[in-house]
Design a protein around this ligand. Sequence first.
Ligand code: SAH
Ligand code: SF4
Ligand code: F3S
Length: 486
Amino acid sequence: MSKEYSKMNMPNMTLARKRLNKNTNVIRYSLNPLYSKLGEGKTYHLKTYGCQGNLADSEKIRGILEAMGYSYVDCDEKADLIIFNTCAIRENAENRVFGELGRIKNLKKENPNLIMVLCGCMSQEENIVNKIKEKYPQVDIVFGTHNIHKIDEYIYDVIVEKKKVIDVYSFEGDIVEDVPVIRDHNKKAWVNIMYGCDEFCTYCIVPYTRGKERSRMPEDIINEVKSLAKEGYVEVTLLGQNVNAYGNDFSDRKYTFANLLDDLYKTDIKRIRFTTSHPRDLDDETIRVMAKGGNIMPHLHLPVQSGSNNILKKMNRKYDISYYQEKLKLIRSYFPLINITADIMVGFNGEDSDLFNKAYKFIDSCKYGETHIFPYSPRPNTKAYLESQKIKFSDAVNDFTKKLRVNDLLSLNEINALEYRKKFVGMIVEVIVEKIENGIAFGHSSNYLEVKFPVVDALENELVYVLITKAGYPISEGVEKNVIKK
Ligand code: SAH
Ligand code: SF4
Ligand code: F3S
């Protein structure tokens, strides 16, 4: 492989921060015939890190590759093309990718035509791409989150032009429609409703790696959900970093997340989930639409991030704990048994033990069905990082303390999650069977409880009524009552 590059566009986090409020372009993808046979007889392997947004992107990458003739292999050692769709949210996510890149370095010796690709959120960081250029010459293609639809062109550059590619855009972002998808599951589907994030929580890199908040047209989303229902999909999960900001960027209409949810409520899809909700933007109208029930599932992921007002302010979360508490109260007044889950971060700059203890008490009082706990990881160029750097990181919490706090909150999670699950013993819940192993079926109920039960008639991907007999965390147990035929 030549050392020349066909394109050399490096990321720039300073530019990526800018929001100029330009209109969003909608691009419609179609496969250029020039690229349509490049993958014939060849295989690819794809590794995905990070959030549901990345899982959805990977399904698009697979869609394009398979349209080019590539076929999937489970094992990287047999692949002609290996793609890392990466995540930048915490440093350890990044370290895992570098570990893997090192591990597979030797595969190139055995197969000199092997093409290695790095994409996703890590590619949007200049320090990462510089490191790749200098220390990982085995990587042939680097592209970011805004130009997934150009992977076909980049593969052409490598195979035909014999050149490497670095093409990362640090702009606000377009919307790309009509990208083919190969979905991981044949009953559950991700549906992006918007891209990007304008919240700029001070710890978070996502507004830099994903660009500005931009909403897909309601017609495109509703048509996608209707065709999924026709194809036999049972469940959709609507994706956005802050789904409650959906539609804020429309200049030609007033159409909100509550409107979208209400329109999807009228479709034939059996189950609708959505993530992530932002406590400040979750409005009463959305809660009222959720209260209609039907295909809108009684589960709300509402990350609190911290239970301390002092820390919430430093995080730029734009709400305080009493506001958050009022939201929980309102939601539970409509659905006393709703599953409310949250993300929580510990060890943010300035979180001393007094603030942590207060936060702990608040988190306990929320009685979550489940919490995901993360140790704060400083991210280059974010406001929290730059502010802390100015005072030589004197407000940083050490790793050992972070670990202890993670463990404290994990133990609390076990207690509250089990308490929540106990409320369902003796009740019949509706479960989609996700897998069956040795006669035992596993799946999630409407309110997202993981459930297992011995199979009587149930088959994979079917909806089944299950009587819960024993609460357990993470998995509760039950007995099959009836397969729900549709
Ligand atoms: N948009 C979503 C979350 C996206 S990131 C929201 O606002 O809730 C998923 C989770 O990763 C966040 O909820 C947060 O808890 C965690 N996270 C984000 N940045 C982090 C960082 N720098 N260090 C540790 N955890 C972080
Ligand atoms: Fe990050 Fe905050 Fe945006 Fe979530 S809302 S992606 S935590 S900046
Ligand atoms: Fe990670 Fe990017 Fe998602 S940083 S969490 S893959 S938006």
